[in-house]
Design a protein around this ligand. Sequence first.
Ligand code: HEC
Length: 147
Amino acid sequence: MLKTLALWVLGMFGLLQLIQIDIPEPPKQIDPGKEIKAPKLIMAMLKRSCYDCHSYETKMPWYGHISPISLEVKSHIKEGRKAVNFQEWSNYDDAKKQKIYKGIVKTINFRMPMPMYLIVHEDAKLTREEREIIKKWAESHIKEEVY
Ligand code: HEC
């Protein structure tokens, strides 16, 4: 009875592995000239806390390939890159850049990096001071609205 149950669970887990999402392949040649340009300190923080989802430089953990966790992880990467890819920065027009800078100011205190991600990525946590520095930097790029 227990054996049947165990086999059943194992079988379901196996079947689950057939459900996968694909993240679009990063370009073969990533042009470093397209990356956002920011002071060293800012770049270091973005790379540490944001690049897993907002660049092509995703460090995928082993469990990131195991369904159903992979469905969650990969959709974050896919959606994250779509929202902001710091390595595609020069492709964005002014309006999109402004939207991102504003988005950073808006999200840096609570939503970004994603809280769920921080549970398993201690090293990506930003201190209150670090958040303030990122916020100030983003704010400095926001142009006054013209009415
Ligand atoms: C675990 C993946 C993940 C990490 C890490 C992450 N993001 Fe995101 N980010 C997302 C996803 C997914 C979206 C799109 C969905 C959404 O807006 O919640 C997003 C959206 C955004 C947006 C657009 C949101 C808006 O409302 O305008 C900004 C700006 C942003 N992220 C900034 C950052 C910054 C800055 C960091 C690092 C400090 C960061 N993110 C770290 C996954 C992530």
